[in-house]
Write a protein that binds this ligand. Sequence first.
Ligand code: PEP
Ligand code: MG
Length: 577
Amino acid sequence: MLSLFGSGIGRGIAIGPAYVLKNSEIEIPELTLEKSNVNAEVKRFKAAISATESSYKFLLKNLPKDAPKESAAFINAHMLMLQDPMMVNESIKIIKSQLVNAEYALQSQANNLIQVFEQMEDAYLRAKKADVQHVTNRILRHLLNIVSHNLDEFNDEDLSGKIVVGKDLSPAETIFLKERKVASFATDLGSQISHTAIIARSLKMPAVVGLHGSTRAINDNDLLIVDGMRGTILINPTSSVLSEYKARLSKLRSREKDLATLTKKLSNTQNGQRIQLMANIEKAKDVKDVKRVNAAGVGLYRTEYLFMNREQAPTETEQFKEYKRITRSVGKVVTIRTLDIGGDKQLEFNYPNKLSSESPLGLRAVRLCLKHVDVFKPQLRAILRASAFGKVAIMIPMLSNFDEISQVLTIIKQTKAELKADNLAFDSRVKIGGMIEVPAAAIMAEKFAKKLDFLSIGTNDLIQYTLAIDRVDDAVNYLYDPLHPAVLNLIRHVIRAGKKAKIPVSLCGEMAGNVKYTRLLLGLGLKNFSMDPNYLLDVKERILAADTTKFRYLVSRIINADNPTQARDFLNELNLI
Ligand code: PEP
Ligand code: MG
């Protein structure tokens, strides 16, 4: 048995066979054929085409019910290419006329087609060249018998119950894993605070990231235990370890049952403070968890996930339907955050050019929306229209200066006027709030609070920007510290600013769902928490047992600590009161 250590994600444990990702490059041999072999080569090519067709059909048949709507159309379009004479007949002509092998002929013809698409004026048609290469690669894999484990949407292997092992995963790939019923994943890179980690937690998928060497140490079908709490991977465990983990799994389940008894309880502290516990969601599917734990509403709906794993942006109508569906089914306030892409959250499509920067300091979130009002406006219209069907609040991510607020408010005003002119209903008093994720915004919180209806502290980014640590870079992950006095001072400053302006302040970063920080945040005066619903009852349990009148002294020691170790010692003391 071998153990690997990294950063754990989620509360659970997963046990299953490894599925090691190998994105093998396709090398195309160039062979000259004897004339007598040409017919056999054409036959081999046709057989690969029909094998490719069967694998597409398998995919279509096994498409998950909740797969994006375009998936089937996408697969059908690729299947049609397999019948296209430009793809098939022309490749056969090349085999016959140039006496070359099928792989070489196919790739030559694909290159010809790609060249044609590249010259197209229309950006949409230009993008079609990627489809040609996609289909070509798939046929090539059949011709060359390449078994490659990768995570494109055309993977037709049965992944259910498997533990995916790879170098790194994007948030979009993580959603794909869940759709394919993967049990868990382990990656060499990544950090606990990345969006991949956040998605894994919300999907209840335990995982370990930052393992450095997992892809070398683990082989396909090795039996793995993934311990999201301890951050360990056990490779081919002994039978006694396996039974120990099975026992831990059943303990975890009974703890969940115990926590469920708190669902209906009001979240009041021992000294009678009412604390609002809201949920963070990424998709409509998460609403069932919001209801299961009886959250006070949705404090953060990350709409960018509606834009992921697809070929085009959702239209205003599609967005409206989705926001309306969620608003109606939650039946309590839903705080819809406007598009927050950039950094580690990237889209697959261009709009018409690549929209967002990969740098966390680049063109992302509200900056991007203000630059591309054509992206922003349809979303605002959709959110406002949904507000006619329930309690909706609009939340703007990554504000860094006052002008951005003014610009956003002007665009919202214009959008409302346009909706009125179009005779479309909306809630004219919809609340507009801003996320405090940038130190500049935190410092300016008093001013921001005068213009906004509520503030929400996004500690994931606030910590990243305050401490100058890329939240997805595991090399500097050790510096990511919610207890850093600079961070705590900013949080306290924002809470006080909200109090002064008499507007609500919530905290919706991962810190809100970590019971280690519940007492500290209560002691800093926080009244509204928003978190992954899967952690809400644990936090509620802490709140029910808390008496905030006893926290003042230790909270002030933590915030004034000289170094992280001292802060941690005081935090431990606070948690033991
Ligand atoms: C945050 O930054 O704390 C936050 C909630 O937003 P996200 O994690 O989506 O960046
Ligand atoms: Mg953020």
